[in-house]
Unconditional design. Structure first.
Length: 276
């Protein structure tokens, strides 16, 4: 932000942080099938808009403008909210910023930001942090609590920084970042890390061993099928279970109840007959 822009700035850093905090609290809560996160977006900007538009009519128009359809991811998508607030401030200080420009900016960026956020924040970071926390919890380690709390804390401060970044840099910088391909590389790297962590946790926590043994004629000791498998590829059975669960979920999306009942039923039957 240049010195000239700072001289025209009405909002303080406290105003910006308050707007972000409200968005963080309500982004995934205040939603409906009409405007989705539009009400949360409007609510987060209410105090700032009141400061920008002392006139009641202008204030009401600003609320309507920011209560339209809006749907993005709360953390990475915060950069769009920051840009919106910056454009509202430009408009309040006399710049020609039509409604159509604000609508088109939000519409153009909320989708890409949601895609990045869903993959990076919810698909990777949350999965890794809560998987590690679960591993600690299963072993009775109190580190499970701070590790679990790391996810909301880290996303809070990342989102707060992105909100301020969007406010300071404006829409041009974000569009350039998307076109440069930097975010694609970050998503790919985090995805690879997530797969490595999930693979290690699956081998550690998915317990499946074949209990069946057989004895050859004149053999001193029985031969374990599980031992033969481990000699070739340790952890092969847990990997097979994860692969089958993945294929099931890919074909039958969101049918988790049937999957859980099926796994429990097969485990009981296999255990009853001494297979596992």
């Amino acid at each position: 932000m240049t010195e000239e822009e700072k001289s025209q700035q009405i909002l303080t850093k406290k105003d910006i942080n308050n707007a972000w905090r409200t968005w963080w609290l309500y982004a995934e809560v205040q939603s409906n099938n009409v405007v989705f996160q539009g009400l949360s977006h409007m609510l987060s900007l209410m105090d700032s808009l009141r400061k920008l538009y002392p006139d009641d009519d202008d204030y009401r128009e600003a609320l309507k403008r920011n209560g339209q359809f809006y749907n993005t991811e709360g953390t990475i998508g915060a950069v769009v909210n920051g840009m919106t607030l910056s454009m509202e401030e430009e408009r309040a200080t006399g710049e020609n910023v039509p409604d159509e420009v604000m609508y088109s900016m939000r519409t153009a960026l909320m989708g890409p930001m949601a895609g990045i956020g869903d993959s990076l924040v919810w698909g990777t970071c949350k999965t890794i942090s809560l998987s590690i926390a679960t591993t600690f919890a299963l072993s009775g380690n109190l580190l499970a609590v701070p590790v679990a709390l790391m996810f909301p804390l880290v996303t809070y401060f990342i989102g707060r920084w992105l909100y301020g970044l969007g406010y300071d840099l404006g829409r041009t910088a974000v569009m350039n970042m998307l076109k440069s391909g930097i975010m694609d590389k970050i998503i790919m790297a985090c995805g690879m890390l997530g797969l490595m962590v999930m693979g290690a946790l699956s081998a550690e926590n998915v317990a499946l061993e074949i209990a069946t043994e057989f004895t050859l004629e004149n053999a001193a000791d029985p031969i374990s099928i599980q031992g033969m498998i481990d000699a070739v590829a340790p952890g092969l059975l847990p990997l097979a279970v994860i692969g089958l669960v993945y294929l099931y979920l890919k074909k039958h999306n969101n049918k988790y109840g049937l999957l859980i009942v099926g796994i429990i039923g097969l485990s009981i039957v296999a255990s009853f007959f001494g297979i596992v």
